[in-house]
Write a protein that binds this ligand. Structure first.
Ligand SMILES: Cc1cc2nc3c(=O)[nH]c(=O)nc-3n(C[C@H](O)[C@H](O)[C@H](O)COP(=O)(O)O)c2cc1C
Ligand SMILES: C=C(O[C@@H]1CC(C(=O)O)=C[C@@H](OP(=O)(O)O)[C@H]1O)C(=O)O
Length: 386
């Protein structure tokens, strides 16, 4: 059993679509739950004017009937409200072509220049429309479906911010979780009030200077069984799949599992987690491995992080060249976020939920939720008696 999905849609086109295949029948779904995740992606501090226009909401076009999945492909659709302002500029009709609006000053750090060369274009809009992280709204909707599936099996996925522009917050997952459950989630989606104010100040400062900021997000997955993923082949290792998923988020430039790069600096005795029997459970004394050993979950919380670079579009633009004359110019700036790290935490949460759901389906797969629950219960019984 494999979970597959595709997304389509341009940033300023009519909307985004995702098709998800492989979720079982009889999973109870609520449109409100999906929309809540979409709203969380839009709320973070530091975003530009676009988020005031959009009010992302999902419409199910297939695969769901009377609040339950059918086991058939699920099609999700999200409207771009901004499309109204772009109908001519983004029309599919040749007769709507407008002269003199091509983007010819590619932005350093964005997909503009390499995309124009690769796809033989003379207007960077033909690249940026799809390279835009607008696409992440579709991925968050798919992730929300997967999170619903996981929640129904007792697994919870949480994404939050640990660092913005060099301002760090010490990880305290439980604090964040409690605030999240009370719907008191903060503008920077972190858990440390003092760090949060410093992050907000750093974003304001960058904005005033026409600059942008990146940061680090963390995703924790709680309630996982031992043995998701596998050591037997490279593409079955869950750590590799998670790293690929996180690195595929626009502007993500690094991934860590557990201690991550810090593990390279410590001796083994301060890296590996000792194994202890605690009552009926086999546990680890620490969780420096981030819940993964040998490409498999080990029953401890899964903890991964992603590093996001600063936004490439700068209001104080960097130098570039004109695509046609090759003369020096300032890079194009239309409208942009200053910092999208809080939004990226929700995207990271979504892509992790997708990979973990896929691993659950591979291990416990069945055509209906009832079958998956039976398989999981039997396995959990076996692990308990191990
Ligand atoms: C949630 C989110 C919002 C983003 N907003 C912007 C933006 O407003 N302006 C911009 O230039 N880049 C933005 N980016 C980053 C670009 O999409 C990204 O840098 C670009 O696609 C090039 O890909 P790369 O950075 O992975 O090489 C955003 C990324 C994310 C995840
Ligand atoms: C639209 C979204 O993010 C966009 C991602 C983005 C980019 O270059 O990645 C550029 C901006 O688009 P615009 O030029 O329309 O303001 C962001 O707003 C979104 O997150 O829904």
């Amino acid at each position: 059993m494999e979970l597959r999905y595709l997304t389509a849609g341009e940033s300023h086109g009519p909307g985004l679509t995702a098709i998800v295949e492989g979720l079982p029948a009889n999973l109870e779904l609520s449109t409100d739950d999906i929309n809540r995740c979409l709203a969380r992606r839009q709320e973070g501090y530091g975003r530009g004017g676009r988020m005031k226009i959009e009010r992302d909401q999902v419409v199910f076009m297939s695969g769901v009937r009377w609040g339950k999945t059918l086991g058939s492909p699920i099609t999700l659709s999200i409207q771009n409200r901004d499309w109204e302002n772009w109908q001519k500029a983004m029309s599919s009709q040749a007769e709507d072509r407008q002269q003199g609006i091509a983007i010819t000053h590619p932005r350093p750090g964005h997909a503009d220049l390499s995309g124009v060369i690769k796809y033989r274009q003379d207007d960077a809009r033909n690249i940026l429309e799809r390279s835009s992280a607008r696409e992440t709204a579709a991925r968050v909707a798919v992730g929300a479906l997967c999170a619903t599936f996981l929640r129904s099996l007792g697994i919870e996925v949480l994404g939050y911010v640990t660092e913005i522009g060099g301002v760090c917050a010490e990880a305290q997952i439980d604090d964040y979780r409690e605030r999240f459950e009370r719907s008191e989630v903060s503008p920077c989606r972190t858990y440390c009030a003092t760090a949060e104010q410093a992050m907000i100040d750093a974003i304001d400062k960058a904005k005033a200077a026409g600059d942008s900021l990146g940061g680090v997000v963390e995703v924790a997955v709680l309630g996982l069984p031992v043995g998701l993923g596998s050591h037997v082949h490279w593409d079955k290792r869950l750590d590799g799949r998670l790293a690929g998923a996180l690195m595929s988020i626009q502007a993500f430039k690094g991934v860590e599992v557990g201690l991550g790069f810090e593990a390279a600096r410590r001796p083994g005795s301060q890296v590996h987690d000792e194994i202890v029997q605690q009552g009926e459970q086999i546990r680890r004394r620490t969780n420096r491995a981030g819940g993964l050993e040998g490409g498999m979950t080990n029953g401890e919380p899964l903890v991964v992080r992603g590093a996001m670079k600063p936004i490439p579009t700068l209001y104080q633009p960097l130098q570039t060249i004109d695509l046609h004359t090759k003369e020096p110019f300032e890079a194009v700036v239309e409208r942009s976020d200053v910092c999208a790290v809080p939004a990226a935490a929700i995207v990271a949460e979504a892509v992790v939920a997708i990979e973990v759901a896929s691993a659950m389906l591979q291990k416990f797969g069945g055509d209906a939720m009832e079958e998956i629950r039976q398989n999981l219960n039997a396995y959990q019984q076996y692990v308990q008696n191990f």
